[in-house]
Design a protein around this ligand. Sequence first.
Ligand SMILES: Cc1cc2nc3c(=O)[nH]c(=O)nc-3n(C[C@H](O)[C@H](O)[C@H](O)COP(=O)(O)O)c2cc1C
Length: 264
Amino acid sequence: MAAPRVLFRRPLLSAFRFSSGLRNTIPLPPSPLRVSVSSVARSFSSSPAIQSPSKMPSTESLVELAKGRHSIYKLGKESPVPDSKIEELVNQAILSVPSAFNTQSTRLVVLLHQEHERLWDIATECFETLVKNGTVPEEVFKNQTQPKLQGFRNAVGTILFYEDPAHIQPFKEKFPTYKDQFEPWAQHTNAMHQYFLWIGLESLGFGANLQHYNPLIDAAVAKQWDVPTDYKLIAQLVFGKPEQEAQEKPKKPVEERVKIYGRL
Ligand SMILES: Cc1cc2nc3c(=O)[nH]c(=O)nc-3n(C[C@H](O)[C@H](O)[C@H](O)COP(=O)(O)O)c2cc1C
C-alpha cells in the first residue's frame, strides 16, 4: 500500500481520528472536534473570526459558482492548482460546513494522483469479481462500466465522503426525542460538504462529478487506506481538468418549486 496522505487512527476515544500528517502541511487552528460543545459557546462580541456583513463576499460570486456547477465526466490529469490548494479547500469544508447539534460526524479522505488511480483500479477489480461470479454480464462491464471507471481514473483526484457513527450515536442517546433524526441529519451535513467541495473545486478551475460506488467498494477501500470499517461511505466526488463543455440540464419551472409569501 502506498503511503497515504491522510490516515485514520483507532481508538474511538480520539475525537479526531486523522493523523497529524495532513495538519503538518496546512496551518490549522486547534481541532474544533476536540472542543466540547459547551466550551465553543462564545459571546457575540468575542467572535473575531466572524465577518461583518459589509465584508462578506458578493452574492453574485456565489450565484456564479452555483450556476457554473455541472456534472463534468470528461476529466483530465492536468491540475489547475498545486495540491496544497485542494488541501486548504478540504480543510475549510471540514471547518465551515455545519452539522446538526454540531455533531461534526463527516470524515473526508482525499485521494490524489496515483492514490486516486488506485481507487478506480479497486472499483474495476470489484466489478471484475462481479463479472466472474455472474452478477454483472461481461458485455455490460466491457461496454459500459469499464469505460466509465477508466474515465474517472483519468482525472486528478477523488474525495471520499464518510460519516463516522461514533459521532452520531452519542447524540441519539443524549437527545432521545430526536434519535430518529440524527441519521438523516448526518446525510444532510454530508451532502453539504459534497456541495461545498463541488463548487469549491470548480472555483479552483476543476470540473467534477459525483459518484456512488458504495457499498461495493467499501471494504476494499477501507483496507487500502486504513479507514475504520464502521465509517459509512456516502459518496465519491471525482475531479480533474474539465475536458468537455458543461451541459446545461433542463430545469423545471421555478414557480412550481418556490413559493414566497409576504413579499414587499
Ligand atoms: C444526491 C446526488 C446523487 C447523485 N448521484 C450520481 C451518481 O451516482 N452518478 C452520477 O453520474 N451522477 C450523480 N449525480 C449527479 C446528477 O445526476 C446531476 O447533478 C444532475 O443530473 C444535474 O446535472 P448537473 O450536475 O450537470 O447540474 C448525483 C447528484 C446528486 C445531487
